[in-house]
Design a protein around this ligand. Structure first.
Ligand code: AGP
Length: 369
């Protein structure tokens, strides 16, 4: 087993550190940046169907559902097709309205999640085209779908999903760009810019991983907290949910992810000097808004751990701890901003003596209801 861990103490840490490579593998053969060329075997036959879809429904669970939420922002912005993201477990029992012109994207690392599989069967019975995004080749979901794309992240052993998430987001980004260019909803210059930015993501993830030591020090300060709040807006909102889920599942600390602006509708009541608030506040179209949210937290003496874009000075002046990550387009930011949150949950869990790779009560894939 120690050989399989490749010198890392846990599979989770190994998988976090594999991300520059796994993200690259998920793009390999699908993007030739020098030629501004995108292609995806799995989607080729269905490109017209995607381009003419009335609506895209995304079904998934857990971390894969969070990747689906990122895709909602990407597809609606770049391809201008309405997207709905559904918990597979709710979708399957809700008598949902699905038509033949809908495309259902099912996202699953394992390809064995029972609820996602059942949601696929239901959507299929209503005539929708089903597209799968799975990591495990030949899995039940991969076999049950009409077409699909593998994420090629390599085996993920840690129960807490890390590299599978970033690979899913990468594949979904490529899909949004492919459909957007087919539909003519994305300007050529913007498309080329995104391709160039995406190509740099593995190197920027590598750079982000260098923050490990700093994140370990912050973890030491907050390892005994009983609650955490994670806030983000726009593309970073799903990242806030994902950061909170990671912390809950491996450290057993109660954590909630929230869209930062929703804080004033309830969770703000929780904030006092005992409450660590992780704010993902990178430079994007909602930056000014999130600056006010950080002020709101500080006014109530919450402890702010801010994930910011390199060179930012406004948020660092207010936050208790600052984690600086490289700049990229907001469309791609989840691929970078999730990394410090993975490391934060990892270090806190290790410091609390938790079984990081096999947390209590959890299985790698949930094959029962
Ligand atoms: C992620 O860290 C979780 N362990 C869990 O939420 C997981 O993402 C979910 O069960 C879905 O699994 P899947 O991607 O294999 O379908």
């Amino acid at each position: 087993e120690s050989i399989e861990k490749g010198g890392y103490e846990h599979f989770m840490l190994k998988e976090i550190f594999e991300q520059p490579r796994s993200i690259l593998d998920s793009m390999r053969g699908r993007m030739i940046a020098e030629r501004n060329h995108l292609m995806m075997g799995g989607i080729r036959e269905y490109e017209n169907k995607f381009a003419n879809a009335n609506r895209i429904l995304i079904v998934a669970c857990g971390t894969s559902w969070h990747a689906g939420l990122v895709a909602e922002y990407l597809i609606e912005d770049l391809a201008r097709i309405p997207v709905e993201v559904e918990y597979a477990s709710e979708f399957r029992y809700r008598n949902p309205i699905v038509s033949e012109n809908d495309i259902v994207i099912a996202i699953s690392q394992s390809g064995e999640t029972a609820d996602t599989l059942a949601a696929i069967e239901l959507a299929k019975s209503k005539g929708a085209t089903i597209f799968g995004i799975c990591n495990v080749v030949g899995s039940s979901i991969a076999r049950a779908t009409d077409a699909g794309a593998y994420t090629h992240a390599g085996p993920e052993i840690g129960v807490a999903s890390t590299k599978a998430f970033t690979a899913q987001v990468t594949v979904l980004t490529l899909i949004a760009m492919i459909i957007g260019s087919k539909r003519g909803t994305i300007e050529t210059t913007k498309l080329h810019q995104l391709i160039a930015e995406l190509e740099q993501i593995p190197a920027k993830v590598e750079q982000t991983l260098k923050l490990d030591k700093q994140i370990e020090e912050i973890s030491e300060i907050y390892k005994d907290a009983t609650n955490f709040l994670y806030l983000g807006r726009g593309y970073n909102f799903p990242v806030a949910l994902e950061g909170a889920l990671k912390l809950k599942e491996i450290s057993y600390i109660h954590a909630e992810g929230y869209p930062a602006a929703e804080m004033k509708h309830g969770p703000i009541a929780l904030i006092d000097e005992q409450m660590p608030v992780v704010v993902i506040a990178t430079k994007d179209s909602s930056y000014e808004k999130i600056v006010s949210n950080v002020q709101e937290v500080k006014a109530r003496k919450g402890k702010v751990i801010a994930i910011v874009t390199e060179g930012d000075t406004t948020i660092p002046a207010m936050a208790d701890h600052v984690i600086e990550i490289p700049e990229t387009s907001e469309h791609l930011m989840p691929l970078l901003s999730v990394v410090p949150l993975q490391l934060l949950s990892y270090h806190i869990a290790v410091m609390r003596g938790c079984n990081v790779d096999q947390p209590r009560n959890l299985a790698k894939s949930v094959t029962v209801e």
